[in-house]
Design a protein around this ligand. Structure first.
Ligand code: PCA
Length: 215
């Protein structure tokens, strides 16, 4: 049995719901074949999020970590790169606003996902759902967790792989009613994420197709 850690976040900003946590739990309840998924909720706080993540990695000793977060994306948005910057006008759930601080002092500028991101996106497309490769996870707590995760995996010297996926709002959320965000019901989001996960578990190497944009 392959051990997988999936993280989601608690609600942040003005929301009372975060589908990333709901999706993580759906994956724990109904994991891909051959995988045992542990879902862990991370607080949307710069400091505490990485402490909880580190403890969860130590406790569950996963082969693969997939962290999830909410963002106004059109579908399953598979992140390519985490940057060593916290810089966002939004306050985290501890009330902190950061303006350019590194995630890890003296850490490298960026880390790439170690999941086969293009292969995962193609597999989602082939199942009739929208997926994309994203070249920025922002500079708020999601990027912070993505960078902190990849730094942990790079420095602990174990063969664990990891990555980050942003997911859309659900139709009931206020941002959708206000016309500010696309939406997808969370069971469909979980279906797409299950495809991402099973593809990542089955393949260590990526495929060779161009996915970047001209802008
Ligand atoms: N999304 C935020 C933080 C928590 C979440 O679910 C982000 O994209 O940074």
């Amino acid at each position: 049995m392959t051990r997988v850690l999936v993280t989601g976040f608690d609600p942040f900003d003005k929301d009372t719901y975060n589908p990333s946590w709901a999706a993580a739990r759906l994956l724990q309840e109904n994991p891909p074949d051959g995988a045992e998924v542990t879902a862990v909720q991370l607080p949307c706080k710069y400091d505490e999020s990485l402490k909880v993540l580190r403890e969860a990695v130590l406790e569950t000793d996963p082969d693969l970590v997939m962290s999830l977060g909410l963002s106004p994306r059109s579908g399953i948005s598979i992140e390519r790169v985490a940057i060593n910057v916290n810089d966002c006008p939004a306050a985290d759930n501890a009330g902190r606003t950061l303006k350019g601080e590194p995630v890890v002092a003296d850490g490298p500028a960026a880390y790439f996902s170690t999941l086969p991101i293009k292969r995962c996106a193609r597999e989602v497309w082939q199942n009739g759902m929208y997926a994309e490769i994203s070249h920025t996870a922002g500079a708020f707590v999601c990027n912070h967790v993505f960078y902190g995760l990849m730094h942990l995996l790079a420095t602990e010297g174990k063969p664990r792989r990891g990555g980050f996926v942003h997911i859309p709002h659900t139709p009931e959320m206020p941002a959708v009613a206000q016309g500010r965000a696309p939406s997808l019901p969370v069971d469909l989001t979980a279906k797409g994420l299950r495809i991402v996960l099973s593809t990542a578990l089955a393949h260590e190497t990526d495929i060779d197709i161009p996915v970047g944009a001209t802008h």
